[in-house]
Design a protein around this ligand. Structure first.
Ligand code: ADP
Ligand code: MG
Length: 333
């Protein structure tokens, strides 16, 4: 059987079964943004790992080694943010081909160090090997969270409001600039920077974790379409997304107009936004969104609702059901 028959997520579900069956109830294993293990009375241990491979996740000629170091750590921190946790230490494993020089690696570590220092994270280890042709980066991050406050993908409830903590699609649009080699106007510079230097929303994650009424949470790594499916699977529910409510930056809107790109499809399927996707009890949404706006100076945008499982994932535009042509990122489909 080809992997494309299962897709990335079908494959993960298939291999996860025997490992989930024998898991002690105090441990959360495969299926969320981080694994969760008991640690201390007031803190659980969070563990996450993400891999970045040249020509799959980045083009070496297009991203500076400094940005790549920064991004490689940021995407891992984002999974800690998604649980409402605080990152503490990181482990960096590299596969390095012959044509990478020491100065490139110094810059990679300078970018990584910049973010590690800003977020007070200790770099405690890793591994180094040669690689035949491509740079391979695997990062693991350990973090902690109050066991009673951890947010899981499985906690969405019917009627919840689905929210995102930032604009979506900027990163996907920045990638489009790079792939189509568009001239670097101001919008392009902004969007490519969003693609190369994502911000893990750690403060937003910890803040939301403290709010009663915040149910499921995850980070947007594969695109709203794919990531809402992940919440639906884990929470056994359906969802309705209102396409006209997706928060789009003015840069994304302008660039899409200029080049005839479908802004909403980029927003839904582009991925690598690394903002948070969360579901909130409807009676608590207005107070939480009001306080969020005061605290972070941008909206916590309502993009739809959690529905019954039978709905599946439905998209509407101004009340009318629509069909999208692009879906979120899957490595094998
Ligand atoms: P994220 O995008 O948040 O990093 P992924 O979609 O990569 O999450 O992974 C979903 C879940 O599957 C996570 O719990 C992750 O640890 C687990 N996972 C992914 N790949 C594998 C694998 N090859 N073996 C075991 N678990 C995996
Ligand atoms: Mg994630």
């Amino acid at each position: 059987m080809k992997l494309s028959t299962l897709g990335e997520f079908g494959f993960i579900n298939r291999i996860a079964q025997p490992f989930l069956k024998n898991l002690p109830p105090s441990i959360i294993g495969i299926g969320d943004d981080c694994a969760v293990l008991p640690w201390k009375e007031d803190a659980s241990l969070l563990v996450t790992t993400d891999m970045l491979i040249e020509d799959i996740h980045f083009l070496r000629a297009q991203i500076s080694p400094r940005d790549l170091g920064y991004k490689s750590l940021a995407v891992n921190l984002s999974d800690i943010a998604a649980m409402g946790g605080i990152p503490e230490s990181t482990y960096i494993s590299l596969g390095i081909p012959y044509d990478v020089d020491v100065e490139w690696l110094d810059e990679f570590y300078a970018g990584l160090h910049e973010l590690a220092e800003a977020e007070h994270i200790l770099v405690l280890g890793g591994d180094t090997t040669k690689s035949p042709t491509h740079v391979v980066i695997t990062i693991m991050v350990l973090g902690k969270a109050n066991p009673g406050l951890i947010k899981y993908r499985s906690a969405a409830k019917q009627g919840d409001i689905i929210c995102v903590t930032d604009t979506v699609g900027d990163s996907g649009c920045g990638l489009r600039y790079l792939i189509e080699k568009k001239p670097l106007d101001d919008d392009g510079v902004y969007l490519i920077n969003r693609h190369h230097r994502p911000r893990a929303q750690l403060d937003e994650g910890s803040w939301l974790a403290l709010r009663e009424g915040v149910h499921a949470m995850m980070d947007v790594s594969d695109g709203i379409d794919s990531d809402v499916h992940r919440i639906m699977e884990r929470s056994h529910c359906g969802a309705e997304i209102h396409i006209e409510h997706l928060p789009l930056s003015k840069q994304l809107t302008r660039a899409s107009k200029r080049y005839g790109w479908q802004a909403t499809e980029i927003a839904v399927a582009g991925g690598e936004d690394y903002c948070l996707l969360t579901t909130i009890a409807p009676e608590q949404y207005s107070i939480i969104s009001e306080e969020f706006k005061k605290k972070f100076n941008r909206p916590l945008t309502n993009i739809g609702f959690i529905k019954g499982k039978e709905t599946g994932l439905r998209y509407t535009e101004n009340g009318k059901q629509i069909v999208l042509h692009q879906h979120g990122f899957d490595h094998f489909i």
